[in-house]
Ligand binder design. Structure first.
Ligand SMILES: Cc1cc2nc3c(=O)[nH]c(=O)nc-3n(C[C@H](O)[C@H](O)[C@H](O)COP(=O)(O)OP(=O)(O)OC[C@H]3O[C@@H](n4cnc5c(N)ncnc54)[C@H](O)[C@@H]3O)c2cc1C
Length: 418
């Protein structure tokens, strides 16, 4: 497989771009693998890539029931940040941030990582104090954080209505300049291509329908394309985590909810950062195509439907207009939904399960896209060694038994508050 470069672009340009090879193979499944990862989203593909690259595995398959990135990876609002309060989360997400910073070079694929800044708006003195505390905790963990007053927010986001008569007057904000966005499809495609180059079999249209066990643990998976033997199976299926774990007899502290997103019609560049409005819940940025990309809360009931509902669209749109009255004339162009795997403390689960040989990467709640590189990195370590990496030691499933929960928001076991 040739490397993408300016030289290869010119070479193919001279021959009418007819010589490009597919970015990854379409192999037939083998009867046996050393490691199988279920789920061809960013996390599954990243895990396979680091299993091959960091741990020397050569006989790996990623099984995807649909198409690569067709789950939450291709449905999210692409916000990347590491502005967490608790040490375990801060260190894990900061490792992801450092990997993001070199990812396009590492994968030889432009993931369009744009460090345009992420600003959390504060609308009261109490909220700003909370941000001061979180910003200080971030800095103690070596993560960039800046507390802005109202005038500084106005200078950073000139389009924002910061007048005292605004519906939600702005008091200040917490800014992480190294945060931003990345192109979600490119993340899946980049990891897929790089994993394929290291010999990983990426098998699409292959649904896992059962997990076989013996008295020593997992022995293989049943799929819509036949049985595959394997003593090391990793689940990276996001909103389907509870269903897949149930196939192996494991019950997870996870609820599935729909999270919606939407875009407006495209307009000229007008918003060059990511704005989040936690008080009423909106996050918005502008895509490279010019659309405003927005999201808000999950739907309050459990569902596996990948579609939206009008009350959330109305809520998100009204938040946008409260902050940016001039956007009121934009039309919503598309809306969609993804299935979120909400844990009871709002933090993810990456690690071993009670079934030997079965590993879990899930419980990403609202924010697993930003975690993708670190999630793959530590999941690969755990699958290869059977042990946690220091960065996922606190993200284990057994924290719900031991009580060492990571309640980042202090919201308790209420998924919609995370
Ligand atoms: C609307 C929305 C907005 C979001 N915004 C952000 C954001 O701004 N920033 C952020 O960090 N995160 C965000 N997220 C969360 C983020 O998208 C996810 O946490 C992340 O993409 C999860 O990646 P994944 O690879 O684990 O899952 P997915 O991309 O969902 O991949 C899992 C794959 O498993 C496959 N699968 C399921 N069951 C089976 C089976 N039985 N057999 C084989 N394959 C199976 C699915 O088809 C799917 O492709 C958002 C999510 C949504 C829905």
């Amino acid at each position: 497989m040739s490397r993408y470069s300016i030289a290869s672009l010119i070479r193919h340009g001279l021959t009418g771009h007819k010589g490009w090879k597919p970015a990854w193979r379409d192999p037939e499944p083998k009867p046996q693998y050393d490691a199988i990862i279920v789920g061809g989203g960013g996390h599954g593909l990243a895990s396979a890539y680091y299993l091959a690259k960091n741990h020397g595995f050569t006989n790996i398959a990623v099984l995807e029931k649909g198409w690569l990135g067709g789950g939450n990876t291709g449905r999210n609002t692409t916000i990347v940040r590491s502005n967490y309060l608790l040490d375990a989360n801060a260190k894990f997400y900061e490792h992801a941030m450092k990997l993001w910073e070199g990812l396009s070079q590492d994968l030889n694929f432009n993931v369009m990582f744009s460090q345009r800044g992420v600003i959390n708006l504060a609308h009261s003195k109490g909220q700003l104090e909370g941000f001061r505390r979180r910003g200080n905790a971030m800095r103690l963990n070596g993560i960039d954080a800046e507390l802005l007053n109202r005038d500084e927010v106005a200078a950073f986001v000139p389009e924002l209505d910061v007048s005292p008569t605004a519906r939600f007057p702005v008091e200040g904000g917490l800014l992480q300049r190294r945060g931003g966005t990345a192109r979600h499809d490119a993340v899946a495609w980049g990891y897929a291509r790089a994993a394929d180059q290291r010999g990983v079999d990426i098998i699409q249209n292959c649904e896992v329908t059962g997990i076989r066990r013996d008295d020593r643990g997992v022995v293989g998976v049943e799929t819509s394309r036949g049985y595959m033997a394997c003593r090391r199976v990793g689940l990276a299926v996001a909103g389907h985590s509870s269903q897949l774990a149930a196939m192996a007899g494991v019950r997870l502290p996870i609820e599935s909810h729909v999270l919606q997103a939407m875009v407006t019609e495209p307009v000229k560049p007008c918003l060059d950062t990511v704005v989040t409005f936690g008080a009423a819940h909106l996050y918005v940025s502008q895509s490279d195509k010019g659309e405003l990309v927005m999201g808000g809360d999950i739907d309050g009931y459990n569902s596996f439907a990948q579609r939206g509902s009008l009350d959330v669209i109305e809520h998100v749109a009204s938040c946008l207009v409260a902050l940016f009255p001039q956007f009121s004339r934009l039309r919503i162009l598309r809306t969609w939904g993804g299935i979120m795997d909400m844990t009871m403390d709002g933090s993810p689960i990456i690690g071993t399960t009670p079934v030997p040989g079965l590993f879990l990467n899930g419980g990403w709640c609202y924010g697993g896209f930003k975690a993708t590189p670190a999630s793959g990195w530590v999941f690969a370590h755990t699958m290869a060694t059977g042990q946690s990496h220091e960065l996922n030691a606190d993200l284990s499933l057994d924290r719900f038994h031991t009580g060492r929960i990571l309640d980042e928001k202090g919201a308790g076991p209420y998924p919609w508050l995370h």
